[in-house]
Design a protein around this ligand. Structure first.
Ligand code: G6P
Ligand code: ZN
Length: 561
């Protein structure tokens, strides 16, 4: 049967501006008539002529509204002369898997349906993100273009009678306006597992996890938090690496994530932390967010590895991973608010080191140019140039490879690392869902503070410690590859002893404003203290300078990481 597309008149919606990582709103907003359709049409329009005859990958974390969104995408893509969509079975694809598929199939791009670590379900969040040809998130220039299009859209193209089932793998061909339109539904895991097997030594990992005659088994608890990684964890840990059911938790993807907040940190992954604390059999605990790009690593007795330290330790040990043995190690990078532990490794190994704004998209150009092999963010993101997204499962496999190689516990590895390099103490205070106006006023206040003439040299004291301001700025970044500039990426207050305060507003929330305060300091020899105690004086100074409590009325942060 030949299907015909139609043109449907529409009017713009306000606020379709992609944030740090795509457009995120409440499900009910995406459900408004034409809302999702408008945004998808604008994503396709922003590709201009390239859209005709192209292939796109589509999938996400399976959260509520995924099925409806994919149906809309199929019908709009067909009408806009896209020739093929590659869709994960049941709409499931982790964000790293989308990135990998775009690259391995050499297609124009992908549409990722996720609000990442934000809660899902009918009352919570949905999200749409566009990834480009290199597999990475669209750069600012493209997301700005998409946003501009959303402000003037008058119509979208649609194929109303195109009914396409994507519950089972297989290829379906349709005729739309006399052209062929193909939907290939794929197993969401196959391509990704092949990639992981080409990066890591699965045989070694298998014997680590199962033990050998001379080594007891290394016991893990991998928590998918009811997100999409469940299907990857099942295949990789249970089937490929031969772990048992006790090694995994919450591996059935649920469209509301079982009403939890699928964000792998000490607050929202408390279940995992408690289990690992209670059961001393476990040597490693790991959790991922809804779409599988974030990770948290803890050791025995829930010994917490900060993402900044995790990045530094992986950087220091890349030589035990086959992928890097083969491809070599080029530079390292971190986002600006991430503590500088990896910088010390870069210096020792004589590698190039980059500091970029918050957002994985800023790493892509450096990787494409062959100048970056490994990078990470304090927001529980770690990854390498095997794809152009951060990758939670990859990070755990990297840690297991290091543990297998060093034959040490996580705590021992960290302590050895700190003995060698000193320790960057780090903590982040989040104040979620603040009133937008108050949050903006606080940022304006900070802007004024840093533009004061007398600010450098000013000293602040708390808890018996005194800090003198050495430098202040609002971070801006010039991409060394394409010279694009990203401004206003966070207020920085740097002290003479190397300690630092950073303030920024989150770009990933769906309502209200989230204020993030990043606090870090460096200690050469006192490396085993409690980070919260160590950083308390700086926290107090951060609150004093920003007047956060006065502006927001908040006494305490909602999350501390
Ligand atoms: C997502 C992005 C990351 C970013 C994080 C926090 O996970 O992929 O690159 O670091 O959000 O962003 P935010 O703007 O909320 O601090
Ligand atoms: Zn995510």
């Amino acid at each position: 049967m030949s299907l015909t597309s139609v043109i449907i008149p529409t009017t713009p919606f306000e606020g379709q501006k992609p944030g740090t990582s795509g457009l995120r709103k409440k499900v009910k907003v995406f459900m408004e008539k034409h809302y999702t359709e408008n945004f998808i049409q604008c994503i396709l329009d922003a590709q201009k002529e390239k859209i005709k005859g192209c292939t796109l990958v589509v999938g996400g974390d399976g959260r509520y509204f995924t099925t409806q969104a994919i149906n809309i995408i199929i019908r709009i893509a067909a009408a806009n002369e896209v020739s093929k969509l590659i869709i994960g079975r049941r709409g499931l694809l982790s964000t790293p898997a989308v990135s990998s598929l775009i690259r391995s199939h050499k297609v124009l791009g992908g549409i990722v349906l996720t609000a990442s670590h934000n809660p899902g379900g009918i009352r919570n969040d949905f999200g749409i993100k566009y990834n480009i040809e290199n597999g990475g998130p669209a750069p600012d220039q493209l997301t700005n273009e998409i946003y501009e299009l959303t402000q003037k859209i008058t119509q979208y193209k649609f194929t109303p009678e195109l009914d396409c089932d994507f519950q089972q793998p297989g290829v379906q061909t349709f005729e739309v306006d006399g052209r062929q339109f193909v939907v290939e539904v794929i197993d969401p895991v196959n391509d990704y597992v092949t990639l992981m097997k080409s990066i890591f030594d699965f045989k070694k990992l298998r014997s680590l996890l199962n033990g050998t005659e001379t080594q007891p088994s290394f016991n893990v608890l991998i928590d998918s938090m009811n997100g999409v990684t469940g299907v990857y964890v099942k295949r990789i840990f249970l089937e490929e690496l031969g772990s048992d059911q006790d090694s995994v938790a919450r591996i059935i993807p649920l469209d509301n994530f079982g009403e939890i907040h699928p964000d792998p940190n000490l607050t929202y992954a408390k279940d995992l932390v408690d289990k690992v604390k209670e059961d001393l059999r476990y040597d490693l605990g790991a959790a991922f967010d809804g779409d599988g790009d974030r990770n948290m690593i803890i050791g025995k007795n829930a010994f917490f590895v900060t993402p900044s330290d995790s990045l530094a330790v992986i950087a220091n040990n890349l030589n035990c991973i086959p992928y890097f043995q083969k491809n070599g190690v080029h530079g390292f990078a971190r986002s600006m608010p991430t503590a500088a532990a990896v910088d010390r490794v870069a210096q020792k190994l004589n590698k190039e080191m980059f500091e970029v704004p918050t957002g994985w998209k800023y790493f892509g150009n450096l990787m494409d140019a062959g100048r970056l092999s490994l990078c990470g963010e304090e927001s529980f993101g770690t990854g390498s140039d095997h794809i152009r997204e951060k990758d939670g499962v990859w990070a755990v496999l990297a840690w297991l490879s290091i543990i297998e190689h060093k034959k040490m516990s996580i705590e021992e590895i960290l302590k050895e690392h700190w003995r060698t390099y000193g320790r960057n103490y780090f903590t982040r205070y989040d104040y979620e869902e603040c009133d937008c106006e108050s949050a903006n006023k606080m940022m304006e206040h900070l802007e004024k503070f840093i533009s004061n003439d007398g600010v450098v040299g000013k000293s602040y004291s708390s808890g018996g410690k005194t800090y003198v301001i050495q430098k202040v700025d609002n971070f801006s970044y010039v991409d060394p590859i394409d010279n694009s500039v990203a401004k206003n990426q966070g207020i920085r207050i740097l002290f003479e002893d190397g300690s630092r305060l950073v303030f920024r507003l989150s770009g990933t929330g769906s309502s209200g404003a989230t204020i993030r305060v990043y606090i870090d300091s460096y200690e050469k020899s006192d490396t085993t203290a409690d980070a919260q105690i160590m950083l308390k004086p700086l926290v107090n100074i951060a609150l004093e300078i920003s007047q956060l409590k006065q502006f927001t009325g908040r006494e305490e942060p909602t999350v501390i990481t």
